[in-house]
Design a protein around this ligand. Sequence first.
Ligand SMILES: Cc1cc2nc3c(=O)[nH]c(=O)nc-3n(C[C@H](O)[C@H](O)[C@H](O)COP(=O)(O)O)c2cc1C
Length: 318
Amino acid sequence: LNLAANVLPERLGRSPVSTDLFQILKARHACRNFDGRSVPDDLLRKLADAAHRAPTGGNIPYRFVILVKDPIQLRMLKTVSPGHFGDSSAAIVVCTNLKPARQEISGVDAEQCSLYDAGAAAENVSLAACALGLGTSFIKSYSETGMKRILGLPEECRTELVVSVGYPTKDEPKPRRKNKEGKITYLDKYAQTWNNDNAGQPSLAQTERLMQFNTLKNRIFEMAVFLLTSAQISLNEPQTYPSLRLLDAAGRLTNLYSKDEALGVDEFLFKAREKIDANKHKAMASEKEFAKFIDEMVVEFSDELQRRYSVGRNSSLA
Ligand SMILES: Cc1cc2nc3c(=O)[nH]c(=O)nc-3n(C[C@H](O)[C@H](O)[C@H](O)COP(=O)(O)O)c2cc1C
């Protein structure tokens, strides 16, 4: 009879590590020594919820988790996972369904995003578990074929990463200090060290230099670079993104205006940019809302076009 399953970790003498994120970041480490007690359902639910809160590329809902706590199912999973160490009492398998992902984004991006998305979800699980006084380890050393058979995953789905979960043993090894080579931070570009010369806020000289670059010629060139790089990345992005890039470019045209130059500010375009900036992110949230917004903008621009050429509905030429 496992009474531990219904007892809160606090009552078992394992208080949550902290609610301070930076403390949790310090405390989290790969745990491979568990005491075998089962983890209560409410905590497992919290971990699954933490996984779902992680970001997904293109906001495409193709990631899901399988919470494995049935002892026989878990035992079979461990058996096909040579890298699953210790007596964890549960596992969270982060999976993706690549079918919708491939439909929405190109194959290349679907393949890559699924890895990042799984990593983000697994890290959320690890940090949340640490906050709850639980131990976890990422596991990738398993047989994908074996895992898929045991979990009953359809062909189009893939297991990306497993996170083992359990209560750490009291004498569980402390996190290994990462050596210097594993903690490299460069500043601004490769191999540039962070030192007294470049610490702190940008200097006045740097800010002035930036202003010098702010010529109309440079701003036009930057627009060209924006369009060119958009053309490149759009090849692999979700369906709505090429449209997003063009909409964004229409707004960014206002970057070509400057107070110092005699171009004369275009109030309509500036207002349009504000509206575009406030609404463009609908591309990531709702395709329908995004399409509706573009339609609204086209109506506004078409009316403005007619107003400018004096052939609007109310004009004598209409
Ligand atoms: C993608 C990935 C796969 C991993 N696979 C395994 C694994 O199969 N088995 C295991 O014991 N640890 C695995 N780990 C954990 C790493 O060994 C561990 O994170 C690393 O040694 C650093 O230690 P730390 O997590 O305590 O900082 C994996 C980690 C990552 C990021």
